[in-house]
Design a binder for this molecule. Sequence first.
Ligand SMILES: Cc1cc2nc3c(=O)[nH]c(=O)nc-3n(C[C@H](O)[C@H](O)[C@H](O)COP(=O)(O)OP(=O)(O)OC[C@H]3O[C@@H](n4cnc5c(N)ncnc54)[C@H](O)[C@@H]3O)c2cc1C
Length: 418
Amino acid sequence: MKVAVVGLGPAGIYAATLLEGAGVEVELFEALSRPGGRLWTIADESGPLYDLGGEWIDADHARCLALIEKQNQLPRKTCGESLVCYKGEIASERNLWPDAARDAQRIESLAAEYANSPASAPYSIDSSLARFLNDTCSSERGRWYAEAYYRSDEGEDTSKIGLFGWLSGFVNYVGREEGTLSAYRFPGGAGDFFGSILNTLEAKPRYHSVLQSVKQSNNTVTLSFEGGFESVADRAIITIPPKCLLNVAFSPALREEQLNALHAIGMSRIVKLALCFDSPFWEEMGWNGSMLFDSFAQQTWHGSLSDKPVLMAYICGDDSRRILQRQDPIESVVNEIANVFPRAKTSFLHARLYDWATHPFSLGGFSHIPPSVSPQTLTSLRDPNGRVCFAGEHTAEWLGFIEGALESAERSVAEVLS
Ligand SMILES: Cc1cc2nc3c(=O)[nH]c(=O)nc-3n(C[C@H](O)[C@H](O)[C@H](O)COP(=O)(O)OP(=O)(O)OC[C@H]3O[C@@H](n4cnc5c(N)ncnc54)[C@H](O)[C@@H]3O)c2cc1C
């Protein structure tokens, strides 16, 4: 049996590893000139510098951690405490202002109740996460903190996140130990970690292969790529992100409910920024660089993979559009950080900003379930179409995460092998 795997993000790379492990011949296709997809380690001549795509592993992302262990490596543990900065006042995340802490506590306990029993939630399917947060918070500062916290997790404004979709993922958060979120990172950078796994495979990737159409006969699948090149396989696993999948012609066509789900699923608008400094001024101040901030750089953290100091920042949702309209988005962010930590201005060297919403082969950061969309409608995204199986974070229970990409690889490989 020969299986074509299209898309070499974590889902495609892990699926190929499992297939080869089961003795299956694999062919690998990727639109870009590099592996990793939305995992992208930026390097210079001295080695990896930082990750411009996904990087965090929660402590309960068992597949990610097992994969690292299998490579005889150790995950990088997150150390130190996060700060929270609102209207020039600084608190620590573990020691929040009492009004914000009370609101956060109320959100957690109500969300846990509704996640365990969605029918008990006094909301309709068109409700957003923002509406729930508005109803639950009693202080302005608490509402701001909740937005910053959940927007960083979802990569999108909470007004764009459906409450019931969010609750379907929150189930995984109920009863979690403190420190589970973003507990680890991949050794050497997430993109390079998966790239090195790809290098161990028998099959060699064919880069610059943009899938355009998938045609099935009784016995085969024919994949056609930009430029007219074709490949024939017994089966295919397609791992490309949902909005990109809409640009591929399927014969037989995808079922209507699958097409509807591809249209309905949301992709977060997320800009990631790497700010390079001549010294880690945050460490000199006894701070680990992590902060939730009421500025464009809504979340910062120390993201360096070398001894060159790098502070990473997320800018999500409407703010990601607004910052890109600024004449000098990077200068705006550095100035905002320098308003609180003046050393940021004098230590700043250069930066790299990446807007994932415009990446032609992801068309967004990661998926979420918008208001009015029921989580159940999206499960059709994982249904095989004849000899073609689908994987990728958007098809997983762990929607939006690297862990979900790996989960989807396991499921799609099991489908192919059965
Ligand atoms: C800025 C950012 C931060 C993130 N942070 C985290 C994090 O901290 N932790 C976490 O768990 N997750 C994070 N994520 C999400 C994580 O990166 C994704 O969940 C994961 O990469 C999804 O893997 P995948 O294999 O499903 O898709 P991808 O990684 O997108 O891989 C799909 C591949 O398909 C290729 N492709 C697309 N179209 C075609 C085509 N027509 N033909 C051929 N190939 C094609 C793409 O080039 C890509 O290589 C983040 C994402 C972003 C953008």
